[in-house]
Design a protein around this ligand. Structure first.
Ligand code: ADP
Length: 593
């Protein structure tokens, strides 16, 4: 056990008369620390605080003849402070060096900001895409063929004084193959391909975009002839001066630089600028004038033949089952873009691999299509009241679309649920003519509204007004949207042939800031609402009127659907036709479109 150190007076006492274990052997005084280290005769050492310059202690020790040494700590102290100071200095210098390095890095980055990050693909071998890889958009391809000829044999054009467009604007929905076309031109002509998304020009700092544009064109001119492709040009090419607060300086400077560069390179210099957008309506007029993007090529969604050709292109690298007819699949995928079709085949290939089959068959394609359009499949529902209700709801849609001549064709109705809460669905196929022509008749829209109301109507007819469910929510939204478009845009209502709303206004948030009020009076607004309500009500009434007398047919179809989970369109129509023929002889109400 350690003995506690003696007090100051005890220490003096011990110095004078220390006996036994308390006899002191020697003392060591440390001036700087104002303490004395006492060593007893048995070897114990303790430290006792003393006064500075303690004369009493010195004298007592001298009288008692106890050796007392004085330790000079100042040396130690000096060394310690030297080390501490040195360390501090080192730290300071280290910090400073770090700071300088960091700021140099930032400066470096700032200097490099202006450099464009265009990805360049080197000539010939590196651009592997050819025109034969692009299918279904023949008009666009033919137009662009000329550009290839120019890049390959410019003399043919210059000899007769023809100027080749500097800029070609490809306009079309996403995934229709605009990038692919641009690459195909570079691939066919064997020239370098620079590509950049317009959004990559724009940075936080004003002026960076402009210097990137300069840099891109400088690099392109060095490599001429070449193709420069700017994707989503609308990101910088929007009308200047639009937007809250007069627009975005950085974007406008970038656009100005782009315009200047396009004017700056000489005719037939060999640099051809291709740009893609799906919003040509928002582009600045200055971009479109002759000498800039004076050629505008539409790349539309492919029609049935086009889809078949695109499927064929993508099927080249995949083993298809002999029974698969690409023509059928083209018919089953209206509204699909090239990218969607390529995705369909890819999904089917993934499913085939998962099932360890050697070739892609119809089943894999069917499952892939459903996965793309409806989402992942979930576990089938147990037999329950809920399943019956969903069955009636879906049969309501399916039956009406089969009964109404103006409505879409039924593709299939199924009770297999999908992830995301869809209990089942009745899928329809739009008419190819309607889709390709882009012309929609009033009868077609009315029929769509009736079909959409089919679910709610079936629930009403079978379960009564108090048992209807919110399952029709999506249908009601669709009906309201169609109704509103009919009234405010197509002039399909008693409000007369007036367009009360136009689309595309929202892109210029703020352009029409002061005019954001609707272009019609409050009274007209009320009438619009009333008309939409009336159209929706009519649709529901008509749906109920069609389903009510066919209760027995609905029961039969629901029983079949619960049994088999899925009924394909043709089988469904056959059942309906058979029953209708029987009823006709019994005098059921006639169908009105
Ligand atoms: P966009 O630039 O119009 O958005 P992309 O050119 O990037 O579309 O198309 C994406 C992918 O879709 C392409 O890489 C290609 O695989 C496929 N694709 C799109 N359109 C076609 C087409 N017309 N022919 C063949 N493949 C196409």
């Amino acid at each position: 056990m350690r003995t506690p150190p003696p007090s100051y007076s005890q220490l003096l006492q011990q110095i004078r008369h220390g006996e036994g274990p308390n006899r002191i052997k020697d003392l060591e005084l440390s001036m700087a620390q104002r303490q004395v280290t006492v060593t007893y005769s048995d070897g114990r050492r303790v430290q006792v605080p003393v006064f500075s310059n303690d004369q009493v202690l010195l004298r007592t020790a001298q009288e008692a003849r106890i050796p007392l040494s004085v330790r000079d700590d100042r040396q130690d102290e000096a060394t310690a402070s030297l080390v501490a100071n040195g360390l501090l200095l080192l730290l300071l210098f280290g910090g400073l060096a770090l700071l300088i390095r960091r700021s140099a890095q930032v400066a470096n980055r700032a200097m490099g900001f202006g450099r464009s990050q265009a990805r360049m693909v080197q000539p010939e071998a590196a651009v592997p895409v050819r025109f034969e890889d692009v299918a279904g958009i023949n008009e666009a391809k033919e137009e662009l063929q000329e550009v290839v000829t120019f890049l390959k044999e410019p003399e043919r054009f210059t000899a007769v004084g023809a100027k080749i467009p500097k800029g070609v604007l490809l306009v079309g929905p996403p995934g229709t193959g605009k990038t692919l076309l641009a690459k195909a031109i570079a691939g066919e002509a064997g020239v370098p391909f620079f590509s950049m998304a317009a959004s990559e020009f724009v940075e936080l700092f004003v002026g960076v975009g402009a210097s990137r544009v300069r840099d891109l064109f400088r690099r392109a001119k060095e490599k001429a002839p070449c193709i420069v492709f700017i994707d989503e040009i609308d990101a910088v090419g929007r009308q200047r001066g639009a937007g809250i607060g007069g627009g975005n300086d950085e974007r406008e400077q970038t656009l100005n630089q782009l315009l200047t560069e396009m004017d700056g390179f000489a005719e037939n210099s060999g640099v051809i600028l291709l740009a893609a957008t799906n919003r040509p309506d928002v582009l600045d007029a200055a971009l479109m004038r002759p000498g800039r993007f004076d050629r505008r090529i539409h790349v539309d969604l492919p029609d049935r033949k086009g889809r078949e050709a695109i499927l064929a292109v993508h099927a080249r690298s995949r083993p298809l089952d002999a029974a698969v007819s690409l023509g059928d699949w083209a018919s089953r995928t209206p509204g699909f873009s090239g990218a969607d079709l390529s995705n369909l085949l890819n999904e089917a290939a993934i499913l085939t691999a998962r099932r360890e089959r050697a070739t892609i068959d119809d089943q894999a394609l069917t499952d892939a299509l459903e996965r793309i359009t409806m989402g992942l499949s979930a576990a089938p529902l147990q037999d329950s009241a809920k399943k019956r209700l969903i069955a009636y709801h879906e049969i309501g849609h399916a039956l009406l679309t089969t009964l109404l001549p103006a409505a879409d064709r039924l593709d299939k109705v199924t009770l297999l649920p999908r992830a995301g809460g869809v209990g089942g669905f009745a899928r329809t196929m739009p008419d190819e003519d309607v889709l390709d022509s882009g012309l929609i008749s009033k009868a077609y829209l009315c029929a769509r509204m009736v079909v959409a109301m089919g679910g709610r109507a079936a629930e009403l007819v079978v379960f009564g007004p108090s048992e209807v469910t919110q399952g029709a929510q999506g249908d009601l939204e669709l009906v309201s949207r169609i109704g509103r478009e009919m009234v405010t845009r197509y002039g399909f209502s008693s409000l007369g042939p007036v367009a009360l709303e136009a689309d595309g206004a929202e892109v210029f948030l703020g352009r029409d800031w002061l005019r954001s009020e609707p272009h019609y009076s409050r009274e007209t607004g009320n009438r619009i609402d009333a008309q939409v309500q009336q159209l929706a009500r009519q649709a529901l009434d008509q749906a109920v009127a069609l389903l009510q007398p066919r209760r027995a047919l609905m029961d039969e179809l629901v029983t079949l659907l619960i049994e088999t989970e899925t009924i394909e369109g043709p089988a469904f129509s056959a059942i309906v036709e058979r029953r209708e023929a029987q009823e006709l002889t019994a005098g059921a109400p006639a169908i009105t479109a």
